[in-house]
Ligand binder design. Structure first.
Ligand SMILES: Nc1ncnc2c1ncn2[C@@H]1O[C@H](COP(=O)(O)OP(=O)(O)OP(=O)(O)O)[C@@H](O)[C@H]1O
Ligand SMILES: [Mg+2]
Length: 505
């Protein structure tokens, strides 16, 4: 039987990576039934600290006290044995296994025999917490939001009574996020402890009891949630006041740069994911795609980028039909693409930063002459992007996969936006970004619009869509419910359309 975690303390934790002091004498503590939020900018050291608690990393110095006793946690297995569970920022699931298999992976020696009991236990968990999932589905078939649910179930299944969640709602729909918050509240009320990392301050305010703020690897504040405000927290994190970005200036769109006509496509599960989508994006326009994720957004972005076949319909990019073009040809034709899965589709984790920054331009001037890379030009370009986009890294040779979540994001954004595409498809571009970086990205998208780029912005954040877009289309079950000028809509109308309700009754 796992001893219940009444009180846990991390004292004086210091962790270094080559060139970075990730955690510097960090102290945190949490008790039963408490929800502790850990806040901080991208690269502040949040994930590192939690990976230490979960036994993935060993600190150079510092100790962990559990119920007053010194414990050493040398592996996730040992963490789990102590009742500590963790849901990671980047999923750690095996795509070719089913939900059920993933949940019990590593738990039992007789893997196959246990599947039936496991399925039963998973059902109990999913029923109790209202986490809808098909235990027999393969993980590769699941949406990002569903995969996240599997991670949560996995931790619950192992009997965690201290649950660490690293940006759990970054990948959830607003509805799912609310459900999760409810779930976490219930869990805390029943005497579990929760450590939550999130960049969404309203969630932190709604859910946590206490907030510890990290800046550059050090604790810079530890406050009770009821004694602080969202603004105060933002200022603690960033060190300055924040002002949200808004679309300005008149809307005077130019020529059509990207057009979809009656597009049909299948999803990974073989079912129809896009069912007759027609959309037009013009120069200097931001067209928003609102909708609960899983309603065809992923497939929409992929057909435009040439990563998924159309079963019917036509796409025109920059005046040429691109329906059957290769992804490389589509890039040449002027498409910028910020994919949903940035770690695997948007970048190559083992490549270093400069390689990822020129990934799409490595074979032509100014970065290459004949077949030779022009390292000097590349390094100068990369250094300037890293500086402008505030990518936190020891140097340009660092493998991109070693960066913090939000910093990987910045590398891709920097590359895609500075390539000056004709049209830019951005799928959930602010996911995982801290509030400062989100503000910066918004200003970049507005700048792209001003420079005549046609932007397709896929997002679940209605506030974001309403403040940036000229027009908003709602995607529901693979079809466009309606396209509206931003002035003619609001959160309520969008919410109804996102639920598939076309007319108010
Ligand atoms: N395995 C590693 N090897 C080298 N450097 C690392 C490694 N893990 C983390 N770092 C570095 O440690 C610093 C802190 O990273 P960490 O992932 O803890 O940040 P974070 O606060 O979780 O940021 P984000 O909000 O972007 O997820 C970063 O500069 C990162 O590049
Ligand atoms: Mg992180």
């Amino acid at each position: 039987m796992v001893e219940k975690i009444e009180h846990l303390e991390m004292c004086g934790i210091t962790k270094r990576f080559p060139g970075v002091l990730s955690n510097n004498k960090v102290n945190i503590h949490i008790k039963t039934g408490e929800v502790l939020a850990i806040l901080g900018e991208n690269g502040a050291g949040k994930t590192t600290l939690m990976n230490i608690l979960y036994g993935l990393y060993q600190p150079e110095s510092g100790k962990i006290l559990l119920n007053g006793k010194h414990v050493s946690i040398n592996s996730p297995r040992e963490a789990i044995a102590l009742g500590i569970g963790m849901v990671h920022q980047h999923f750690m699931l095996v795509p070719t296994l089913t939900v059920c298999e993933n949940v019990i992976l590593g738990l039992s020696k007789s893997f196959l025999v246990d599947l039936k009991t496991a399925a039963q236990k998973i059902k109990e968990i999913t029923d109790t917490y209202g986490l809808a999932i098909n235990p027999d589905a393969f993980v590769w078939q699941l949406s990002v939001g569903e995969q996240q649910r599997v991670e949560i179930i996995k931790a619950l299944y192992r009997g965690a009574n201290l649950l660490i969640l690293d940006e759990p709602t970054a990948v959830l729909t607003p509805q799912e996020s609310n459900e999760l918050i409810q779930l976490l509240r219930n869990m805390a009320a029943q005497g579990n402890s929760i450590i939550l990392i999130s960049h969404k301050l309203h969630e932190v305010m709604a859910l946590s009891d206490r907030v510890t703020v990290l800046r550059d690897g050090e604790v810079c504040a530890d406050v009770l949630t009821r004694e602080t405000t969202q603004e105060a927290l933002a200022q603690l994190m960033v060190g300055r006041k924040m002002a949200p970005c808004k679309r300005e200036g008149t809307f005077s769109p130019g020529q059509t740069v990207l057009e979809l006509q009656d597009v049909f496509a299948h999803g990974d599960k073989g079912t129809e994911a896009l069912a007759g989508v027609s959309l037009t994006i013009r120069e200097g326009e931001i067209l928003g795609i609102a909708g609960v994720s899983g309603n065809g957004q992923k497939e929409l972005a992929e057909v435009i980028a040439g990563l998924r076949h159309l079963s019917q319909g036509k796409i025109t990019l920059n005046g040429k039909e691109s329906t059957k073009m290769s992804p490389a040809r589509i890039i040449q034709q002027g498409l910028g693409y910020i994919p949903e899965d940035r770690l695997h589709v948007g970048s190559i984790p083992s490549f270093n930063i400069w390689e990822n920054l020129i990934l799409k331009d490595h074979n032509h001037p100014p970065f290459a002459k004949h077949t030779f890379l022009k390292k000097k030009a590349i390094m100068a370009h990369s250094a300037s992007l890293v500086a402008t986009y505030g990518v936190k890294t020891p140097n340009l040779e660092t493998a991109t996969g070693r960066l913090s979540g939000g910093n990987i994001q910045r590398v891709i954004l920097a590359r895609e936006i500075t390539r000056s595409p004709v049209a830019l498809v951005a799928a959930y571009p602010t996911r995982g970004l801290d509030i400062g970086a989100t503000e910066y990205l918004h200003s970049k998208l507005l700048e792209a619009r001003k420079n005549g780029i046609g932007v397709l912005l896929i997002s679940e954040d209605l506030e974001e869509l309403l403040s940036l877009c000229d027009n908003i289309a709602v995607l529901y079950e693979g079809s466009v419910m309606k396209v509206m000028p931003v002035e003619a809509t609001n959160e309520r109308i969008l919410g109804l359309l996102m639920a598939g309700i076309a007319e108010e009754t």
